[in-house]
Design a protein. Sequence first.
Length: 331
Amino acid sequence: MAKKKPLVVVTRRLPDLVETRMRELFDTRLNETDKPMSQAELAEAMRTADVLVPTVTDRIDAGLIAQAGDQMKLIANFGNGVDNIDVTSALRRGITVTNTPGVLTEDTADMTLALILAVARRIVEGAHVIPADDWTGWSPTWMLGSRITGKRLGIVGMGRIGQAVARRAKAFGMSIHYHNRRRVAAEIEESLEATYWDSLDQMLARMDIVSVNCPHTPATYHLLSARRLKYLQPSAIIINTARGEVIDENALTRMLEAGEVAGAGLDVYESEPSVSPKLVKLAKAGKVTLLPHMGSATREGRIDMGEKVIINVKTFMDGHRPPDRVLPSML
Ligand code: 8YV
């Protein structure tokens, strides 16, 4: 008799190719509407499914995990960051958690550079001028931004994405500085000509641009706190394509309003999808560039992420260790 296919609940719409393949392999329940599932709907999925495939928009907290049925064995996150999942509670309950590392590195690094350029060279402001019929012609002193070449970039979090940002920034002639839990291998430092800063405070005080590229964990929550942000130079620019929670967003907003920091390029926020009206006001005034969490949003990336999810679920269901298990040491 053929083995019963596992019931896999996918919380959001995924690319057609991915959904089709998932349907072939598993008893897959898709979310045709793409509307984020409520906590009650997620609880129902935890009670009935063998595998849950959530995304960053689902909060899989301890309360939800406590409601999991005995059949629930795997949470295969469609995404790299797992701060939307209480991994410790899941593991304690014998539920394996996987993510999709590696396949969104380059896209996220591209977006980080795009934001650096957008903020430093006022690209978003400039792009509005012609459609608004506001261009009266070239002037030597108009729309001046700041030069990227020769500037010091401080990367907070030198993992895969941080290193991909560093490679790009080096090609733009920036000097690379970083702070990380652990110093990276000497060969990597050499190839990037990167300077390691043990003290984040000291690094922040000396950078022209700071890019946040670390995951959100209990240890990195408000890593860029009000106290630390004060170290930034008034001419500094701050970029965040990681998670809103790594920066004290209110403190940053106050500093931007007061002109204590020159600009910011943000792709992520503390309370997504709501964004503070104060930040929106700053964006309208051209002081910050705000993107709607689209750092990894490429067609290719989403298919690769789906492929990773499929491999993780299939491997697990075949009785093997899935390649992208999230381990307690990674939290
Ligand atoms: C994804 C991300 O869009 O993978 C991540 O950690 O932040 C994003 O780029 C999201 O996670 C999809 O769930």
